[in-house]
Design a protein around this ligand. Structure first.
Ligand code: TPP
Ligand code: DXP
Ligand code: MG
Length: 651
């Protein structure tokens, strides 16, 4: 049946039994695919009936459907003609793992960061009305689908605050499954726990039907049972929190009971004021292993289903695990250290740290801005906060980093995982601009780790460095099985580390790698060496301050520099090297920058390997070779690779 659904209109006329069968087929297709490629499983399994009911009742070819985070969009995509793309989930030419406007007009925003749906939905509603001649004049209905953990995010509350003033149809579906990735945190989570246990509307309805079934009267019973308005009145929630934002609040209702969902959505569809429909769902529903462990199966790597169990395929030692162990060791040495996460305890490794220090690991919920300011407050009080956050989510707290951390010169430590390309999650999650983002801020040291021993050394530096804030970056990847050095020298502020000496005192090329690409540079150097090109390789370690003395020494000796980073070239480490050369009145002499090309950063589908984006060893080697051909004899030209569309090495 699923293959036959080319547009949501194909849902019309299907009976509830058929829709239930369709739901089962969708669950199986999603589970089969995610088990092969990885992706978001539990969130999508939890919204199958809700997605069917939404597309049955609304016409989102005309109406507006906005997803929050968007990781739960797979059922929506299957119902809007993309079943054929499921087999290439999260890869180029396939089905993106988040809503993707380049994939379908049913996807309005490419999203991935929590809290945005209500605001973009308010914007679309206001925009539609404006273009239709005035408030309430548009016939496009607007729906925002938000999870119970995302709705606590600051942006979401800003959206709700404004949405309540709308004088037109506006529906927020609160998908309440009692889960974030981990257990949700904070007062709102406690509130939802309380109202979620109040008997849901469907339970009232079922009890009512049982009672009515006992009465004689056949069709009268059916009529009463199905008369929507009574349902609606029964389901209206008095003194629901969001009622105070100006919403008519309904529910909670059972998010897996298709007849109730369809009835209720039909009831609320044309109410001409903001409505919040509180829907209770089970994250991971449909498979025991995912419903029993929605955290583990939130966004699993490929796994093998074994009856009612599922085993994730093991995949080596990650930077995340290395970070968690290194931070744990630092916390053993210093009881002022406290670890903070914004709803990502497992993704950042802090759940591993919490096993040893449950009282010194704090989870704020999806509230990065608050977490950063809380860290600033803790630093002000004399504690040593380490805020573990994905590079992409740190973007949400940029203002707090400047205003409450760097401007106050408070020693907050920011540990950014998923820096660089993230693979399957793609454009909405790449950590491509943390260096640029923080580079203009005063009192903020920026550093990167090449492997596990260096990550440990870097954290030791950060724990000791009280003179300013510091921000470290490391990738969504495994650590090198063979580290560059088992016992690297301690990190010294602004000092790079020579990891491959050239054969001569005046090498043909010096490669300065920032982060893990310094590791790739070693193989590049080996290949060039075999061609008689004498190369020195440095682990740059710091993007702010860069090692100015090294840069001066190299440029003065006429040694061309190639900088490498898994970061945008704009405002990245390479630009910092150029700026340093400029500040030292050095000729920006043969400095070439190699980083993440813009065209890939905005790519709508998923570069899964550095090879796809020209940052693998082959590509770097050929870039270095072309570059040397350009600048021998060194003519003082600066080969800054500003235009990423130009093949590397011809900058
Ligand atoms: C700003 C931001 N911080 C963190 C995340 C990581 N993240 C993705 S989904 C998720 C949990 C969302 O919970 P909820 O909104 O309840 O949706 P559910 O997964 O339960 O369906 C988190 C923390 C994010 N996407 N955006
Ligand atoms: C949707 C979201 O933001 C998270 O689920 C994220 O996709 C997790 O990323 P990792 O798989 O890298 O932990
Ligand atoms: Mg949830």
């Amino acid at each position: 049946m699923l293959e036959a659904i080319q547009t949501p209109a194909d849902l019309d006329g299907l009976s509830c039994e058929q829709l239930d069968d369709l739901a089962a087929e969708m669950r199986q297709a999603i589970c089969d695919q995610v088990s092969k490629t990885g992706g978001h499983l539990a969130p999508n399994l939890g919204v199958v009936e809700l997605s069917i009911a939404l597309h049955r009742v609304f016409d989102f070819g005309h109406d507006r459907l906005l997803f929050d985070v968007g990781h739960q969009c797979y059922p929506h995509k299957l119902l809007t003609g993309r079943y054929g793309k499921l087999g290439k989930l999260r890869s180029r030419g396939g089905m993106a793992g988040f809503p993707e406007p380049t994939e379908s007009d049913y996807d309005l925003f490419a999203v991935g960061h929590a809290g945005t749906a209500v605001s973009t939905a308010v914007g679309m509603a206001r925009g539609d009305d404006l273009l239709a001649g005035g408030v309430g004049r548009s016939d496009r209905r607007t729906v925002a689908l938000v999870g119970d953990a995302s709705i606590v995010n600051g942006v979401a509350l800003e959206g709700l605050n404004n949405a309540g003033t709308l004088k037109r149809q506006f529906l927020v579906i609160l998908n309440d499954n009692g889960m974030s990735i981990a257990k949700p945190q904070g007062g709102m989570a406690t509130y939802f726990d309380r109202i979620r246990v109040s008997s849901t509307f469907s339970e009232i309805k079922r009890a009512g039907k049982k009672m009515l079934d006992k009465l004689p009267g056949g069709s009268v019973v059916e009529e009463i049972y199905h008369r929507g308005s009574d349902m609606l009145r029964t389901a209206i929630a008095s003194d629901h929190l969001f009622e105070h934002f100006g919403f008519l609040c309904i529910g909670p209702i059972d998010g897996h009971d298709l007849p109730t969902l369809i009835d209720m959505l039909e009831e609320v569809r044309d109410i001409d004021r903001p409505v919040l429909l509180h829907v209770k769902t089970v994250k991971g529903k449909g498979f025991e292993f995912s419903a029993d462990d929605p955290t583990k199966f939130h966004s699993p790597k490929p796994f093998v289903v074994n009856g009612c169990r599922a085993e994730l395929k093991s995949s080596g030692r990650s930077f995340t695990s290395a970070f968690a162990d290194a931070l744990t060791d630092q916390m053993k040495l210093d009881d002022k250290i406290v670890a903070i996460t914004a709803a990502m305890p497992d993704g950042t490794g802090l759940s591993r740290v919490a096993r040893d220090f449950p009282d010194r690991v704090l989870d704020t919920g999806i509230c990065e801005s608050h977490a950063m300011d809380m860290a600033a407050g803790m630093a002000k009080a004399g504690a040593k906060p380490f805020f573990a956050v994905y590079s992409t989510f740190a973007q949400r707290a940029l203002d707090q980093v400047f205003q409450e951390v760097s401007l106050q010169n408070l020693p907050v430590r920011i540990c950014m995982d998923r820096a660089g390309f993230v693979g399957g999650d793609g454009a909405v999650h790449h950590g491509f601009m943390d260096v640029s983002m923080f580079s203009a801020l005063p009192n903020l040291v920026q550093l990167a780790a090449i492997d596990e021993p260096n990550l440990r050394a870097a954290l030791g530096f950060m724990a000791r460095h009280d003179a300013s804030a510091s921000a470290i970056r490391y990738p969504r990847d495994n650590v090198a099985e063979l580290p560059v050095q088992d016992d690297p020298p301690p990190f010294q502020l602004g000092k790079a580390n020579l990891i491959r000496a050239a054969r001569s005192t005046k090498p043909d090329l010096a490669i300065l790698g920032y982060g893990v690409l310094a590791y790739s540079a070693l193989e590049v150097a080996q290949r060039l060496d075999a061609e008689g090109i004498d190369v020195a390789v440095y682990d740059a370690r710091f993007a702010k301050p860069v090692d100015g003395e090294l840069i001066e020494r190299l440029i003065a000796a006429g040694t061309p520099i190639l900088t490498l980073e898994d970061h945008a070239t704009t405002g990245g480490f390479g630009h910092a090297v150029l700026a340093e050369a400029h500040a030292r009145s050095l000729p920006t002499h043969c400095v070439q920058i190699l980083g993440m090309p813009q065209r890939w950063i905005a790519q709508d589908s998923r570069p899964n390997q550095l090879a796809e984006v020209g940052l693998d060893v082959d590509a770097i080697t050929s870039a270095a070779r072309n570059y040397l051909a350009d600048c021998a004899p060194c003519n003082g030209r600066s080969h800054v690779l500003m235009d990423e569309t130009v093949p590397v090495g011809k900058g």
